[in-house]
Design a protein around this ligand. Sequence first.
Ligand code: KG4
Ligand code: ZN
Length: 336
Amino acid sequence: MSKDILCLGIESSCDETSVAVVKNGREVLSNIIATQIDIHKKYGGVVPEIASRNHVENITYVVKEALEKASVSLLDIDAICCTYGPGLVGALLVGVSTAKAMAYATHKPLVGVNHIEGHIAANYITHPELEPPYLCLVVSGGHSHLVYVKDYTEFEILGKTRDDAVGEAFDKVSRTIGLGYPGGPIIDKLAKEGEPTYHLPRTYFENLDFSFSGIKTAVINLMHKEGDKIHIPNLCASFEEAVTDVLLENAMKAIHELKLDKIAVAGGVSANSYLRERMKKLGEENHLKVYYPELILCTDNAAMIASAGYFNYLKGERAGLDLNAVPNLKIGTRFG
Ligand code: KG4
Ligand code: ZN
């Protein structure tokens, strides 16, 4: 039997400082997440400089706790994997610098991980049987991509948003309605008490790209026009329905074109209960296997980074100590 491989993952691309230890890319031994949501809430969104400072304050404790919880020492780790993009540059640098220092001190291999590829890999943890190829709908606060996952480290972007990311649209709509940050979980909850009675536009292109700014602007205009008369739960339900219609219509086009039989969803918005319900139905109607990560692995966490890092490590990918943060890193590109 081959030896188990332990990867330590570090995630600091936005407002979560997280460190995890994952065995063989699929089994979580620890996944510590220090969230800064309460700090950024009062500003209505993430303030990059405040995020970086909090990562600096948290990272050492989070590393220590992740190792303790996994009952391993740093010397037991086979590879140190960190998110190096995309994300906020100052925030990313904290995780990258920590990983480099640890790799230097222990002579362990350093592996750079793309944050979006990490979100996709969250599904390998929840579904140990999942193997490529499949289609993945990546819907997070900063990204909305339709990705053809050809292999564990091979990706093709089939469509992407031309303006707002889905999570960004949830957050902006929530702010307009006065529901606070982050908008996704609040809209998710309120929509369950409402019906989709408001008509909102759906935008499609000749290719598989998305656009969510029209839906968002229509909600903002409705709020300005009708103000107090708006039925908030119904508006939330209408917004979720419009966004989900567009996501699933494009996803199905890709499934048919590529003749795939598996679809996964990933990223913060994959926690959305309405989207999960519609995905499940879509799977049943079209004989598709549907995968979504467990809730804690939908939003930013380091277990998904350790999992993606494991597959990069198996492929022989190693980063040098000159690894840098790449704020606009594209999926499928490799540095180091
Ligand atoms: O993946 P993530 O943690 O960060 C990025 O990589 O961007 O995603 C955060 C986003 C936020 O926009 C948040 O509002 C959204 O995920 N989100 C949700 C839900 N939970 C978090 N959106 C819809 N429904 C949810 N239940
Ligand atoms: Zn993320």
